[in-house]
Design a protein around this ligand. Structure first.
Ligand SMILES: *Cc1c(COP(=O)(O)O)cnc(C)c1O
Length: 380
């Protein structure tokens, strides 16, 4: 199906074409100098000491929990209103995700009060998700972590360029994890980044990303070493020079793209404010600076979501749901038991949320077209 207005779209131009062609002509495609340049640029942008490019955001999350020493018998408090990879990465390490509820339909981030309520003597970490690019309330969350000696992982997949309290999201906790998947604000098709200020963690990340090996093929190619040791159980979570070349150009576009997203969201909010069946979360409570990754709306309980989405689809507008709660998935119910009803706010949003199109290339006319369709669907 070709959409008149898709849910998301990437912004790419000749600069990306040229950057990829340069890599192909260099004859070096696996991780090397272009990746090093991307990592350095990303670390500088974020204001962190270390950034490691990886194959995707899920790999970043897996490595983050692994290098923090999280394993069997440990618990990690995390939201259920997220992409399944957040919780899966805890399971990869043999630990148990413990789900905390969100603040409410007006603020879809994990609630620090519920995080505090879910901490037990087994808790080792809090893994937050900056939903939609809106920063979590990190001040009380970091305080809870300090009080209970917990590590903090930031799933920053939505929030590249977002900020809170003078720091960029991803640079607040112990480790930040980014995704550069095809629909993210900064896209390399597949890709991710893991960042930290901790030198000891950085060394572990470096090794774990490439089979636990002490040197890279690139190091040996340059004659910097001729052999290697394996010091840990690692993975192949490397990226490619092609992805990194795209990343360098995409990073240069990021601020401008995020500004355009902000502008579109302002238009959406202004136009939709009068529709009483629809609530636009995070209005006036941005909690820092959002990267506006997605634009979620919450339908009132008497409005059929299926009907609403069908009405928009009829006008060529693609919508989506963020998210079916993780704790309600078959696999998670089998693993953790039937916990339906345990996270009432998450479950309400899981049933009534709709995500509207948002991407920098949307024209003001596109936004108006979606708003009119939303209005008709709401009153229809
Ligand atoms: C996209 C996303 C991920 C996973 O990233 P991949 O690059 O697809 O592995 C993790 N968490 C959230 C919240 C995401 O949106």
């Amino acid at each position: 199906m070709t959409w008149k207005i898709p849910l998301s779209d990437i912004t790419m131009g000749c600069e990306e074409d040229d950057a990829v062609r340069d890599v192909l002509r260099s004859r070096w495609l696996s991780m090397g100098p272009v990746t090093e340049e991307f990592e350095a640029a990303f670390a500088r942008y974020l204001g962190v000491k270390h950034a490691f490019a990886v194959s995707n955001g899920t790999a970043a999350l897996h490595i983050a929990h692994a290098v923090l020493g999280i394993g069997s018998g440990d618990e990690v408090v995390t939201p259920s209103l997220t992409f399944v990879a957040t919780a899966n990465s805890v399971l990869y390490c043999g630990a148990k995700p413990v789900f905390a509820d969100i603040t409410g339909p007006g603020a879809l981030n994990v609630s620090w009060e519920d995080i505090a309520a879910k901490v037990t003597e087994k808790t080792r970490a809090i893994t937050v998700v900056h939903y939609g690019g809106y920063a979590c309330d990190m001040r009380p969350i970091m305080e809870i972590a300090r009080d209970h000696d917990l590590r903090v992982v930031e799933d920053t997949a939505h929030a590249v360029g977002a900020a809170y309290g003078g720091r960029k999201c991803g640079a607040i906790g112990d480790v930040g994890c980014f995704s550069f998947f095809a629909n993210k604000n900064l896209s390399t098709g597949e890709g991710g980044m893991i960042v930290t200020d901790d030198d000891r963690l950085a060394e572990k990340i470096r090794v774990m990303r490439s089979h636990g090996m002490t040197t890279l093929t690139w190091d040996r190619h340059r004659g910097h070493s001729s052999s290697y040791d394996v010091t840990d159980l690692g993975y192949n979570y490397r990226t490619s020079e092609v992805a990194s070349a795209l990343g360098i150009v995409q990073l240069r576009r990021l601020e401008e793209n995020n500004e355009r997203r902000r502008d579109i969201v302002k238009r959406y909010r202004r136009t939709l404010a009068g529709i009483e069946q629809i609530e636009c979360p995070f209005g006036g409570r941005e909690n820092g600076k959002s990267s506006h990754h997605i634009f979620p709306v919450i339908l009132s309980a008497d409005l059929s979501r299926a009907g609403f989405q069908a009405a928009l689809k009829e006008r060529g507008i693609q919508t989506s749901i963020h998210y079916p709660p993780v704790h309600l998935f078959t696999y998670y119910r089998r693993l953790l038991g039937d916990t339906r009803g345990s996270l009432p706010k998450t479950e309400f949003v899981g049933e009534h949320e709709v995500t509207l199109p948002l991407y920098p290339g949307m024209s003001d006319g596109d936004v108006a077209y979606v708003c009119t369709a939303v209005e008709e669907a709401a009153y229809g």
